[in-house]
Design a protein around this ligand. Structure first.
Ligand code: ATP
Ligand code: MG
Length: 238
């Protein structure tokens, strides 16, 4: 397993936001983490990334303990994180935003030889070609989301954690971002993503984790989730 999360418990003060959470991502997998608002999906990603400190349990990456590491150490180990808020620097150019990802990640070789150069980024994100000098603030929501993904790729991660990549985007952009994730996975980057758009999640993911309030309610393939309407109804549909 590339990523192994074992019995993770995370608290915000007295509030038990993640209860005995266990999940895993294998090399090459595209895995979705689903659930209604406030269930703890972002907390799960943040706990893996070291942005919130779990009280107990473990996170192993490539067999090595990374539990409680600072976020930059987790990034150096090869995990990239694209936050829900995207955090594009509005006054920096597209190119400057991209280059910020180099510092945040790891220098040199990705573990599976996945090295991202600007040239390679432009191949996968053709909208960027010729727009390197455009200010972050002037990019559309979809372009900012793609830039946030591309910036994280510049740190050569083997695993990408992506929180709500299609949130708030126009339908055409939803499809573009969806296709980008598939495309990046196809060239060898494993992905764990949180998604509210079921159509996107079900069409992309190889496997699904579904959260109830602070706990894991279901784990299985897309087909298995389709075959269990009562689970979908309880944990997903309104
Ligand atoms: N920094 C924080 N301090 C205190 N409570 C928090 C904090 N962040 C999240 N929470 C609470 O923890 C719970 C889980 O939040 P989390 O953001 O992980 O949910 P989520 O599944 O990502 O929801 P959404 O779909 O709305 O993004 C919620 O009840 C939320 O209010
Ligand atoms: Mg969230």
């Amino acid at each position: 397993m590339l990523l192994e999360v074992d019995n993770l418990n995370t608290y915000y003060g007295e509030s038990h936001a993640l209860q005995d959470m266990s999940m895993a991502v294998d090399e090459g997998e595209l895995v979705a983490l689903l659930g209604r608002n406030g269930m703890g999906k972002s907390t799960a990603l943040k706990s893996i990334m070291g942005l919130v400190k779990p009280r107990s349990g473990s996170v192993k990456y490539k067999g090595k303990e990374v539990t409680g590491f600072l976020p930059h150490k987790v990034a150096r180990a090869g995990i990239g994180y694209v936050p829900e808020e995207r955090r594009i620097f509005p006054r920096l150019t597209l190119l400057e935003n991209l280059m910020m990802g180099v510092k945040a990640g790891r220098v040199g070789k990705g573990g599976n030889g996945n090295i991202w150069t600007l040239e390679r980024i432009y191949e996968h994100f053709p909208f960027m070609v010729g727009h390197g000098k455009q200010k972050g603030a002037n990019l559309s929501g979809g372009e900012q989301q793609m830039l946030a993904i591309a910036r994280t790729l510049m740190g050569n991660p083997d695993l990408l954690l992506v929180d709500e990549p299609t949130e708030g985007l126009a339908p055409l952009m939803v499809k573009e971002v969806r296709d980008i994730l598939e495309d990046i996975n196809n060239v060898g980057v494993s992905i764990l993503f949180v998604e509210h758009n079921l159509k996107v999640a079900m069409s992309l993911a190889h496997r699904i984790y579904l959260m109830g309030k602070a706990y894991l309610a279901f784990s299985g393939t897309v087909e298995e989730l389709y075959a269990q309407p009562e689970i979908r109804k309880k944990y997903l549909e309104v």
